[in-house]
Design a protein around this ligand. Structure first.
Ligand code: THU
Length: 162
């Protein structure tokens, strides 16, 4: 007999970043700073990510494009790769992501692409703990998700490879 299974999760919605807890606001601010380091001459769409480590350090990443378009690196994966090279095996408590578009003002949160969701999910698996996800456009509402898993309920799992 088949079963119907519901997937649901709770997340927080804040009308502006002013209403966020100070630690989350600071992380979002670091992500906004990281926008400046984006190399996005092709899309003109900048993405900044900042991760808070368990020891309080903040590591950032930004999107890095290439004339060979598929080589483009997303900000979220740049940030997580930087964590493993700068602070190997350190737990990531939270990731803030923000975007800007040269052609228009982005007033809504942008969620990470599928590939980044997969990488976030594997980091959560490795560290046996959830990573809070904080999303905001240039301005406007902020979404606070308790875990990257909320964005990717059925990740591909490395356990299948053993
Ligand atoms: N991008 C990111 O950095 N993160 C995402 O999750 C989605 C897309 C970048 C890649 C490319 O440089 C630009 O945004 C437009 O797709």
């Amino acid at each position: 007999m088949n079963k119907k299974i519901t997937y649901s999760f709770e997340y927080e919605w804040y009308p502006t970043e002013k209403d966020l807890p100070a630690e989350d606001r600071a992380l979002l601010q670091a992500a906004r700073q990281a926008l400046k380091t984006a190399y996005a001459p092709y899309s003109r769409f900048r993405v900044g990510a900042a991760v808070l480590l368990e020891d309080g350090r903040i590591i950032t990443g930004s999107n890095q494009e290439n004339a060979a378009y598929p080589m483009c690196l997303c900000a979220e994966r740049v940030a997580l790769a930087a964590v493993e090279s700068e602070a190997p095996n350190t737990r990531v408590i939270a990731m803030a992501i923000t975007v800007s578009n040269e052609k228009t003002s982005v007033q809504q949160p942008a969620a990470p692409c599928g590939a980044c969701r997969q990488v976030i999910s594997e980091k959560e698996q490795r560290q046996h703990a959830a990573m809070k996800i904080i999303l905001q456009g240039e301005t406007g509402p902020v979404l606070l998700l308790p875990s990257g898993r909320n964005l990717l309920p059925f990740p591909f799992g490395g356990e299948l490879l053993s």
